[in-house]
Design a protein around this ligand. Structure first.
Ligand SMILES: Nc1ncnc2c1ncn2[C@@H]1O[C@H](COP(=O)(O)OP(=O)(O)OP(=O)(O)O)[C@@H](O)[C@H]1O
Ligand SMILES: [Mg+2]
Length: 476
């Protein structure tokens, strides 16, 4: 109607100008303003568009009558979103806003280097002009944050690795990823409950601590050093941390990194809300002193060229910059975890306070940890077993949770047998370490220790065989 009126009232040369004028007049008197968020700018996809789609999906699932359903790669749940030309009213800080999903066909095939989608999709946000300054920026930030949370809760964790060395994939990414489905959680982790809750509280404080880190001028990151003998749950606790916070894991294989700058590039390509793990740090790199040029096993033979300042090799200072220096904050909300079996081998620079915020000792199985294993593996409570007998030997036995869980898995169909076998194994191990302290018995014999778990009776025999001359041992 407007157009035909325009045609009759105005001569052709004035039509365009009068249309513009009319539009301005309407916009001036209209109480609303509109913002278009297009799906793509022709080259890149618009992150805000995806975020809005996800954000609206949380309310669309309840109210929409016709919805689009999608399921992203690696996602374990279905996302609902507004279908074409549907509207949804939302409120934020007392202001009401309206979203419309506008889908139009692309008419003329415009020239483009790459094929454009047939449809043009736009989210249009309508809000009252007097609310514009009040809500626009904070509302869009809120939408982005909420979408990120939803994405994380919908999507399974990802485990990244740099095992391809320095080479990049087709999208220029140095990391390869696979869905991370490790079932370890803090509930399944056998460790002292007090220590466990301390770690969980620390993780929560970190994850909710954006304002604190901002206020104190610290980079929003945290470092944990896990140390302890093999099989005490260092890798399991990392998986539990990732599952607890919903973070992705970047498993950094230092021996695949050749130079400090490669290390930096890897760090730049990690996302926030992630855990960056370097396992067995004492084995992956020669960390004896800061100026020591490298040494990933790969590089161990290479001698650095004269005058080299470390840029061409990986050094301890490169690693420390990675975790601590300016580069460590290109991104936020990241946790660094180093693990080692031999804390004594680490350079003091790595251990000094402030470098790794928390040193967590993963110890041999204690009685509280044993109770967790018995509950999880056999569904047994403390009252179902001879608690005091176990408590009397467990510390001295120095068995790892991995050793104990092996015994429990093997006999999980026969609970009483599992308990008897475990008790036998513990007693033998306790006796062995007692003898070790007295300077008797061949404690280096790992094989023998292993056999103890497979068949305590067998070991008892061989153990007695070793020291059969000794009257004391017969008491065993
Ligand atoms: N604290 C624990 N709680 C529950 N299970 C555990 C614990 N420690 C070890 N296990 C069991 O033993 C297996 C090996 O443990 P894990 O790989 O976490 O040990 P680790 O300390 O990382 O050993 P390594 O030093 O050899 O890497 C796990 O799959 C898990 O089932
Ligand atoms: Mg491990």
């Amino acid at each position: 109607f407007g157009q035909s009126l325009l045609h009759t009232l105005f001569p052709p040369e004035l039509r365009f100008a009068s249309l513009k004028l009319l539009h301005r007049v309407f916009s001036y008197f209209s109480a609303y303003c509109y913002y278009d968020i297009t799906e793509s700018d022709g080259v890149n996809t618009n992150e805000l568009y995806n975020a809005v789609q996800l954000y609206l999906s949380s309310s669309a699932s309840v109210s929409g009558s016709r919805l689009s359903l999608t399921r992203a790669l690696n996602s374990s749940s279905i996302t609902y979103s507004l279908s074409s030309n549907d509207r949804l009213v939302d409120s934020f800080n007392g202001a009401t806003v309206e979203w419309e999903h506008v889908v139009t066909q692309r008419h003329s095939p415009t020239f483009s280097w790459r094929p454009l989608p047939e449809e043009k999709r736009v989210f249009t946000l309508r809000l009252r002009k007097n609310n514009k300054h009040l809500v626009l920026n904070s509302y869009l930030d809120f939408v982005m944050d909420r979408a990120n949370d939803l994405r994380r809760s919908n999507q399974d964790r990802l485990l990244y690795t740099n095992s391809r060395g320095g080479s990049l994939d087709s999208r220029g990414h140095p990391w390869e990823s696979v869905p991370f489905k490790h079932p370890s959680t803090f509930d399944t982790l056998a460790m002292d409950p007090l220590k466990k809750s301390e770690i969980m509280a620390d993780l929560l404080d970190f994850a909710n601590g954006e304002a604190f880190y901002q206020k104190t001028g610290r980079a929003w990151k945290r470092g944990y050093l896990l140390y302890g003998p093999p099989g005490t749950g260092k890798s399991s606790i990392i998986a539990a941390m990732a599952n607890f916070l919903g973070y992705d894991i970047y498993d950094l294989e230092l021996t695949e990194v050749n130079t400090n700058s490669e290390l930096r590039k890897l760090l730049m390509k990690t996302s926030s809300k992630s855990i960056i793990v370097i396992e067995d740090i004492d084995c992956s790199i020669n960390l004896t002193n800061r100026n020591n040029k490298l040494g990933g096993r790969k590089n161990a033979a290479a001698s650095p060229p004269p005058g080299d300042d470390g840029a061409n090799t990986i050094t301890l200072s490169g690693l420390l910059n990675f975790t601590d220096g300016l580069w460590s904050c290109c991104g936020s909300e990241r946790i660094f975890v180093f693990t080692t079996n031999h804390i004594g081998k680490l350079d003091p620079a790595l251990l000094r306070s402030g470098r790794m915020d928390m040193h967590i000792h993963m110890s041999y199985c204690s009685f509280p940890a044993l109770k967790i294993l018995l509950k999880n593996y056999l569904d047994l409570e403390e009252s179902d077993v001879e608690g005091e007998e176990f408590a009397a030997v467990i510390d001295e036995a120095e068995m790892t949770p991995a050793d104990i869980s092996e015994v429990l898995i093997k006999n999980r169909r026969d609970k009483s047998r599992a308990v008897v076998e475990l008790m036998d194994g513990l007693k033998i191990r306790a006796e062995k370490s007692r003898l070790k302290k007295l300077g008797m018995g061949n404690v280096e014999d790992e094989e023998q220790e292993k056999r103890a778990l497979e068949s305590p009776q067998q070991l008892q025999q061989s153990c007695i065989g070793d020291v059969v001359d000794d009257d004391k041992m017969l008491r065993t």
